[in-house]
Design a protein around this ligand. Structure first.
Ligand SMILES: [Zn+2]
Length: 419
């Protein structure tokens, strides 16, 4: 049994009441000015004011003492939506878009998602691993201790399995908790152009059973959007995935209200993501069904689009999480401090609401709240120390990461001082 005591921290954490925080509860945080956190065998044993935590504690019981020097301590970020497993960002396409190119012109120039599919299909597993791991470590240095990573650039059985093996290897070889998601339904691959239903058959009959047999994915996701997969196709895929033992989630109502939010509610998915165009009925149905709304402000930023109506969602009682959507086209950032800043400055969330969105509600979206997402006794000691006194520094000190130290299961895994 090893114990470590973090002292002299300004602790900020959402409380965990056993369910995702919604409505006014999303703004509830616990904070201690001279806070203390006691860790035993990688788990939080106690958190609170110094006197409470150290009462009855004998100095010889504590093997290591960490003076946090008055810095803000908060839970490690939970990035609940990433496409981190890709080869290269599509920078030329970003540039073309800034100069006014539209989606079709980009496709005609060989850009768009299918160019990422081509490069992932032809990449060696080793190279794909090296690139994915390096991005995961970059996210970790910016405070992300848990991240979801999707497949979805293979769009055929073998390359999808290759991506999922790479994701598993990242989870084993980087000190970050990784949640793997199978996203074979990210787009219709070129071999199936005009035959979307046949591709859905392939996903349901071959891909889901193979992914499930290999134990490579905790969730299955579908890109539900006009011209990609319809709500009917999404339902077929997600019902098959659930029957195969996977959790389910969707990309829903990003460009248009196509009924994705309503589908997520009727399937009681863990979460539905994007939701820029979700209508009031869809949001209300999700709130009633306990589905977490995962908002991705860096995508709106990168595409120069309006942000999802986060305030309206919180007021409608929808638990809101915020994630990066890190991907090679529409959101090339693995920085949770950046999306935290966007949420506070441009989506109208309070600092407390954004803190909950980037930690606790993300953990609920991933089904990991028993282990992560808040500084609560019994959970894993995944936490970050910031260079400021409150999490507002994440929005205030813009464009850089104020994250100084990152701890996973009580061990220091990244540090500005070690860098
Ligand atoms: Zn996505």
């Amino acid at each position: 049994m090893t114990q470590a005591l973090f002292r002299n921290a300004r602790i900020w954490t959402p409380p965990d009441t056993g369910q995702p925080a919604r409505g006014p509860l999303q703004a509830r945080v616990l904070s201690w000015d001279r806070g203390c956190l006691l860790v035993r065998d990688g788990r939080i044993r106690a958190v609170g004011g110094e006197r409470d935590v150290t009462r009855g504690l004998h100095p010889e019981e504590v093997e290591q003492e960490i003076d946090c020097q008055g810095r803000c301590m908060m839970p490690g970020f939970i990035d609940a939506h990433t496409h981190l497993c890709f080869l290269s960002p599509r920078e030329k396409e970003f540039q073309a878009r800034l100069e006014g190119a539209d989606y079709l012109q980009i496709l005609e120039a060989g850009g768009g998602i299918l160019s990422s599919v081509e490069s992932v299909r032809s990449a060696s597993e080793e190279e794909l691993f090296a690139r994915t791991r390096s991005r995961a470590l970059s996210a970790l240095r910016a405070g992300t201790t848990t991240m979801e990573i999707k497949s979805g650039y293979g769009l055929a059985l073998e390359p999808e399995l290759k991506q999922l093996r790479v994701i598993r290897r990242v989870s084993r070889e980087a000190p970050v908790t990784v949640v793997p998601t199978f996203l074979g339904a990210h787009a219709v691959p070129p071999e199936y152009r005009g035959r979307g239903d046949d591709y859905v058959d392939e996903i349901v009959n071959r891909m889901i059973p193979a992914v499930s047999a290999a134990g490579l994915a905790r969730f299955c996701d579908v890109f539900c959007e006009d011209g990609v997969f319809s709500p009917g196709q999404g339902r077929r895929i997600l019902e098959a995935a659930r029957a195969a033992g996977m959790g389910i989630r969707l990309h829903a109502d990003e460009m248009k209200d196509t009924g994705g939010a309503a589908l997520a509610a009727s399937l009681r998915a863990s979460c539905a993501d994007h939701l820029l165009a979700a209508g009031d009925d869809g949001i209300a149905a999700m709130a009633a069904a306990g589905v977490v709304g995962v908002l991705l402000p860096a995508t709106a930023y990168s595409m120069r689009r309006p942000f999802a109506p986060a305030r309206k969602m919180i007021e409608a009682g929808l638990p809101v999480a915020i994630a990066t959507d890190c991907n090679p086209g529409s959101s090339f950032t693995e920085s949770m401090p950046f999306v935290f800043g966007l949420a506070v400055m441009l989506m109208g969330l309070s600092v407390a609401e954004a803190l909950t969105a980037c930690t606790l509600n993300g953990a609920y979206a991933l089904g990991l709240a028993g282990d992560a997402g808040s500084l609560t006794a019994g959970k894993r000691a995944d936490l970050v120390l910031l260079e400021g006194e409150t999490p507002s520094i994440l929005a205030f000190h813009a464009g850089v990461s104020p994250v100084v130290d990152v701890f996973a299961a009580g061990e220091k895994v990244a540090s500005k001082e070690l860098a």
